[in-house]
Design a binder for this molecule. Structure first.
Ligand SMILES: [Zn+2]
Length: 266
């Protein structure tokens, strides 16, 4: 499920790049068209790995139909976590296995794991009012741990560096689940018309998240001053793995999103 170089290279021969490594030395792959433009990133939360498939399906559609000339698709921002969630403890390097099982409170069921391999919740690790969120934890955990300092994690740094280098005009973070669209930061939204169009394109309601801090979306708005969105794909009453059953309907929403973003000139 953590898509391999060979697999991706077959499909995206000219577009495949790496944006950096992980704590456990895996590559973080990206599919890049042109330069700058729009960033789509998925699976920063391990158990939400269905979003990786959605981002790949979008990249495939974009390659075939040339919707966005300048765009980058990062299917798996957190490969160590995704591997752990899907394949369990044998996906973890031997030197750190005991540690990871301790973080998971001696359970070997990692299906609901959200963090990276070291127990840091990457979407709380960005430098945007870091550590001021509701329910933030100060110790490694399957979810909710903010890390030792802002951008302490290599996976966080990968996205920060990529965004600064490419100068994206807008970003989308794919999460699961709940069928909601989160926008802006601390209730500020500079793009009301665009937000409404996106909400209509994907058929999810807009929700303000004033208590959310330290996320990639938050950092994009707060530090880079660009519009940024988080989309929670999938019905809340379905399990994370069960969501794959809805992949066609969810992909359709993503393609509508792609077209809407293009209509706005991105
Ligand atoms: Zn998430």
């Amino acid at each position: 499920m953590y898509y391999s170089y060979e697999e991706l290279k077959k499909q995206f021969e000219h577009e495949l790049i790496t944006i950096g490594k992980t704590q456990f030395n895996r590559n973080v792959w990206a599919i890049k068209f042109g330069s700058g433009g729009v960033l789509f990133q998925g699976a920063i939360h391990a158990r939400e790995h269905v979003t990786a498939k959605l981002i790949l399906n979008m990249a495939e559609y974009n390659k075939k139909h040339g919707i966005l000339k300048n765009a980058c698709f990062v299917p798996v921002s957190n490969p160590d976590g995704v591997e752990l969630s899907i394949k369990g403890i044998q996906s973890v390097p031997i030197w750190v296995r005991k540690n990871v099982i301790d973080i998971n409170k001696q359970s070997e069921d990692f299906s609901l794991w959200k963090a990276n391999g070291m127990g840091v919740d990457l979407n709380l690790n960005f430098d945007a009012e870091w550590g001021k969120g509701k329910g933030n934890l100060r110790y490694p955990n399957p979810e909710g741990y903010i890390g030792q300092k802002p951008e302490s994690e290599i996976e966080t740094q990968n996205l920060v560096r990529l965004t600064e280098r490419e100068g994206y005009k807008i970003t989308f973070s794919f999460h699961a689940k709940g069928e909601e669209l989160y926008y802006g930061f601390k209730g500020v939204d500079s793009q009301k018309e665009l937000t409404k169009s996106i909400s209509e394109a994907i058929g999810y309601r807009c929700v303000e998240t004033p208590l959310s801090v330290g996320g990639f979306k938050d950092w994009c708005v707060f530090k880079k001053n660009i519009p940024a969105y988080t989309i929670e794909f999938g019905r809340d009453d379905m399990g994370y793995v069960e969501l794959y059953r809805d992949i066609d309907a969810l992909t359709e929403k993503c393609i509508n999103l792609l077209k809407t973003v293009a209509q706005y000139g991105y």
